[in-house]
Design a binder for this molecule. Structure first.
Ligand code: HEM
Length: 185
Protein backbone atom coordinates (compact mmCIF):
# COMPACT_ATOMS: atom_id res chain seq x y z
CA UNK A 1 0.00 0.00 0.00
CA UNK A 2 2.85 2.37 0.86
CA UNK A 3 4.42 1.77 -2.59
CA UNK A 4 1.10 2.33 -4.37
CA UNK A 5 0.44 5.54 -2.47
CA UNK A 6 3.96 6.87 -3.15
CA UNK A 7 3.47 6.40 -6.92
CA UNK A 8 0.97 9.25 -6.92
CA UNK A 9 3.91 11.70 -6.54
CA UNK A 10 4.92 11.00 -10.13
CA UNK A 11 1.51 11.87 -11.58
CA UNK A 12 1.44 15.04 -9.54
CA UNK A 13 4.32 16.36 -11.64
CA UNK A 14 1.79 16.73 -14.49
CA UNK A 15 0.25 20.21 -14.60
CA UNK A 16 -3.48 20.83 -15.26
CA UNK A 17 -2.51 22.35 -18.62
CA UNK A 18 -0.58 19.29 -19.76
CA UNK A 19 -3.39 16.99 -18.68
CA UNK A 20 -5.99 19.14 -20.48
CA UNK A 21 -3.91 18.87 -23.65
CA UNK A 22 -4.87 15.19 -24.05
CA UNK A 23 -7.85 14.69 -21.72
CA UNK A 24 -10.37 14.74 -24.60
CA UNK A 25 -8.66 11.69 -26.08
CA UNK A 26 -9.74 9.72 -23.02
CA UNK A 27 -13.37 10.21 -24.02
CA UNK A 28 -15.32 8.24 -21.38
CA UNK A 29 -12.33 6.15 -20.24
CA UNK A 30 -11.91 6.34 -16.47
CA UNK A 31 -10.83 4.60 -13.26
CA UNK A 32 -14.44 3.44 -13.17
CA UNK A 33 -13.47 0.83 -15.75
CA UNK A 34 -11.11 -0.80 -13.27
CA UNK A 35 -13.02 -3.99 -12.58
CA UNK A 36 -10.12 -5.09 -10.39
CA UNK A 37 -10.45 -2.06 -8.10
CA UNK A 38 -14.19 -2.68 -7.71
CA UNK A 39 -13.47 -6.37 -7.18
CA UNK A 40 -11.13 -5.51 -4.31
CA UNK A 41 -13.80 -3.29 -2.73
CA UNK A 42 -16.53 -5.93 -3.10
CA UNK A 43 -14.32 -8.74 -1.80
CA UNK A 44 -13.35 -6.66 1.21
CA UNK A 45 -16.97 -5.79 2.01
CA UNK A 46 -17.40 -2.28 0.59
CA UNK A 47 -20.21 -3.21 -1.82
CA UNK A 48 -21.85 -0.44 -3.78
CA UNK A 49 -24.37 -1.68 -6.31
CA UNK A 50 -24.58 1.89 -7.63
CA UNK A 51 -21.02 1.71 -8.98
CA UNK A 52 -22.10 -1.02 -11.42
CA UNK A 53 -24.15 1.57 -13.26
CA UNK A 54 -20.82 2.76 -14.68
CA UNK A 55 -19.80 -0.70 -15.96
CA UNK A 56 -21.67 -1.82 -19.07
CA UNK A 57 -22.99 -5.42 -19.10
CA UNK A 58 -20.77 -6.31 -22.07
CA UNK A 59 -17.66 -5.01 -20.28
CA UNK A 60 -15.14 -7.77 -19.40
CA UNK A 61 -15.52 -8.59 -15.70
CA UNK A 62 -19.13 -7.37 -15.37
CA UNK A 63 -20.41 -10.88 -14.59
CA UNK A 64 -17.65 -11.41 -12.05
CA UNK A 65 -18.70 -8.22 -10.20
CA UNK A 66 -22.36 -9.28 -10.21
CA UNK A 67 -21.30 -12.63 -8.78
CA UNK A 68 -19.15 -11.01 -6.08
CA UNK A 69 -22.15 -8.97 -4.94
CA UNK A 70 -23.75 -12.27 -3.98
CA UNK A 71 -20.73 -13.70 -2.17
CA UNK A 72 -19.51 -13.41 1.42
CA UNK A 73 -16.75 -10.89 2.05
CA UNK A 74 -13.42 -10.82 3.88
CA UNK A 75 -15.25 -9.24 6.82
CA UNK A 76 -17.81 -12.09 6.89
CA UNK A 77 -14.94 -14.60 6.92
CA UNK A 78 -13.22 -12.55 9.59
CA UNK A 79 -16.28 -13.06 11.80
CA UNK A 80 -16.06 -16.84 11.19
CA UNK A 81 -12.41 -16.71 12.18
CA UNK A 82 -13.23 -14.80 15.39
CA UNK A 83 -15.94 -17.35 16.22
CA UNK A 84 -13.33 -20.12 15.92
CA UNK A 85 -11.25 -18.19 18.45
CA UNK A 86 -14.15 -18.23 20.90
CA UNK A 87 -15.94 -14.97 20.02
CA UNK A 88 -19.74 -14.87 20.26
CA UNK A 89 -20.77 -13.52 16.88
CA UNK A 90 -24.44 -12.39 16.76
CA UNK A 91 -26.79 -14.53 14.66
CA UNK A 92 -27.99 -11.53 12.64
CA UNK A 93 -24.42 -10.99 11.41
CA UNK A 94 -24.18 -14.59 10.24
CA UNK A 95 -27.47 -14.36 8.34
CA UNK A 96 -27.04 -10.82 7.03
CA UNK A 97 -27.94 -9.81 3.46
CA UNK A 98 -24.54 -10.32 1.85
CA UNK A 99 -25.33 -8.12 -1.15
CA UNK A 100 -25.10 -5.16 1.26
CA UNK A 101 -21.87 -3.59 2.55
CA UNK A 102 -20.47 -4.70 5.90
CA UNK A 103 -20.95 -2.23 8.73
CA UNK A 104 -20.07 -1.82 12.39
CA UNK A 105 -21.46 -4.17 15.04
CA UNK A 106 -21.28 -3.49 18.78
CA UNK A 107 -21.34 -7.10 19.93
CA UNK A 108 -18.51 -8.00 17.54
CA UNK A 109 -16.56 -4.99 18.86
CA UNK A 110 -16.87 -6.23 22.45
CA UNK A 111 -15.59 -9.64 21.40
CA UNK A 112 -12.67 -8.21 19.43
CA UNK A 113 -11.73 -6.02 22.38
CA UNK A 114 -11.68 -9.07 24.63
CA UNK A 115 -9.46 -10.97 22.16
CA UNK A 116 -7.17 -7.94 21.78
CA UNK A 117 -6.47 -8.17 25.49
CA UNK A 118 -6.36 -11.95 25.89
CA UNK A 119 -4.55 -13.04 22.68
CA UNK A 120 -1.40 -11.10 21.76
CA UNK A 121 -1.00 -12.98 18.46
CA UNK A 122 -4.48 -11.83 17.41
CA UNK A 123 -3.69 -8.26 18.36
CA UNK A 124 -0.83 -8.37 15.80
CA UNK A 125 -3.27 -9.52 13.11
CA UNK A 126 -5.78 -6.81 14.06
CA UNK A 127 -3.06 -4.16 13.82
CA UNK A 128 -1.97 -5.41 10.39
CA UNK A 129 -5.57 -5.30 9.19
CA UNK A 130 -5.81 -1.73 10.48
CA UNK A 131 -2.57 -0.87 8.60
CA UNK A 132 -4.09 -2.19 5.38
CA UNK A 133 -7.32 -0.29 5.95
CA UNK A 134 -5.44 2.93 6.65
CA UNK A 135 -3.34 2.33 3.52
CA UNK A 136 -6.47 2.10 1.36
CA UNK A 137 -7.77 5.34 2.82
CA UNK A 138 -4.37 6.95 2.22
CA UNK A 139 -4.59 5.93 -1.44
CA UNK A 140 -8.07 7.43 -1.68
CA UNK A 141 -6.84 10.68 -0.14
CA UNK A 142 -3.84 10.97 -2.46
CA UNK A 143 -5.98 10.14 -5.51
CA UNK A 144 -8.53 12.82 -4.56
CA UNK A 145 -5.80 15.43 -4.13
CA UNK A 146 -4.27 14.38 -7.45
CA UNK A 147 -7.67 14.75 -9.11
CA UNK A 148 -8.38 18.06 -7.37
CA UNK A 149 -5.10 19.64 -8.41
CA UNK A 150 -5.30 18.31 -11.97
CA UNK A 151 -8.97 18.85 -12.93
CA UNK A 152 -10.40 20.84 -9.98
CA UNK A 153 -14.20 20.98 -10.08
CA UNK A 154 -14.53 19.33 -13.51
CA UNK A 155 -16.68 16.22 -13.85
CA UNK A 156 -14.99 12.85 -14.30
CA UNK A 157 -14.56 11.32 -17.75
CA UNK A 158 -16.40 8.27 -16.37
CA UNK A 159 -19.52 10.35 -15.71
CA UNK A 160 -19.35 11.05 -11.96
CA UNK A 161 -19.29 14.55 -10.41
CA UNK A 162 -15.53 13.97 -9.84
CA UNK A 163 -14.04 15.07 -6.51
CA UNK A 164 -17.39 15.17 -4.59
CA UNK A 165 -18.09 11.58 -5.66
CA UNK A 166 -14.62 10.40 -4.61
CA UNK A 167 -14.93 12.12 -1.22
CA UNK A 168 -17.95 9.95 -0.36
CA UNK A 169 -15.60 7.00 0.16
CA UNK A 170 -12.70 8.83 1.73
CA UNK A 171 -13.16 7.97 5.39
CA UNK A 172 -15.11 4.74 4.87
CA UNK A 173 -13.25 1.97 6.65
CA UNK A 174 -13.30 -1.67 5.62
CA UNK A 175 -12.87 -3.06 9.13
CA UNK A 176 -15.34 -0.82 10.98
CA UNK A 177 -15.11 -2.78 14.21
CA UNK A 178 -11.34 -2.47 14.46
CA UNK A 179 -11.58 1.34 14.31
CA UNK A 180 -14.58 1.62 16.64
CA UNK A 181 -12.88 0.17 19.71
CA UNK A 182 -9.59 2.05 19.83
CA UNK A 183 -10.62 4.49 22.53
CA UNK A 184 -11.44 1.54 24.77
CA UNK A 185 -7.92 0.12 24.87
C1 HEM B 1 -4.52 12.99 -13.30
C2 HEM B 1 -4.80 11.74 -13.05
C3 HEM B 1 -6.19 11.28 -12.65
C4 HEM B 1 -7.39 11.92 -12.70
C5 HEM B 1 -7.68 13.33 -13.18
C6 HEM B 1 -8.39 11.01 -12.20
C7 HEM B 1 -9.72 11.29 -12.07
C8 HEM B 1 -10.68 10.45 -11.57
C9 HEM B 1 -12.07 10.78 -11.42
C10 HEM B 1 -12.69 12.13 -11.74
C11 HEM B 1 -12.70 9.67 -10.96
C12 HEM B 1 -14.20 9.52 -10.66
C13 HEM B 1 -14.83 8.68 -11.73
C14 HEM B 1 -15.11 9.43 -13.01
O1 HEM B 1 -16.12 10.14 -13.09
O2 HEM B 1 -14.31 9.27 -13.97
C15 HEM B 1 -11.70 8.65 -10.79
C16 HEM B 1 -11.95 7.38 -10.31
C17 HEM B 1 -10.99 6.43 -10.16
N1 HEM B 1 -9.67 6.53 -10.50
FE1 HEM B 1 -8.72 8.19 -11.11
N2 HEM B 1 -7.77 9.84 -11.84
C18 HEM B 1 -6.45 9.95 -12.10
C19 HEM B 1 -5.49 8.98 -11.92
C20 HEM B 1 -5.73 7.71 -11.47
C21 HEM B 1 -4.73 6.69 -11.27
C22 HEM B 1 -3.25 6.85 -11.51
C23 HEM B 1 -5.39 5.57 -10.85
C24 HEM B 1 -4.86 4.21 -10.50
C25 HEM B 1 -3.63 3.84 -10.58
C26 HEM B 1 -6.78 5.89 -10.79
C27 HEM B 1 -7.77 5.01 -10.41
C28 HEM B 1 -9.08 5.34 -10.22
C29 HEM B 1 -10.06 4.42 -9.68
C30 HEM B 1 -9.82 2.98 -9.25
C31 HEM B 1 -11.26 5.10 -9.63
C32 HEM B 1 -12.60 4.61 -9.07
C33 HEM B 1 -12.64 5.13 -7.63
C34 HEM B 1 -13.91 4.88 -6.85
O3 HEM B 1 -14.91 4.43 -7.43
O4 HEM B 1 -13.91 5.16 -5.62
N3 HEM B 1 -6.96 7.19 -11.14
N4 HEM B 1 -10.48 9.15 -11.17
Amino acid sequence: MKTLVAQVDILETMTPTSFSSFRDRLETASGFQSVQFREIEFVLGYKRQSTLAYVKPDFPGYDRLQQLLRERTVVDHFYDFLAKRGAQIPADLKSRDISQPNGPNEQAQKEILRLYKSSPELSILFELMTDFDEGLQEWRYRHIKLVERTIGAKKGTGGSPGVPFLKESLFKPIFHDLWAIRHEM
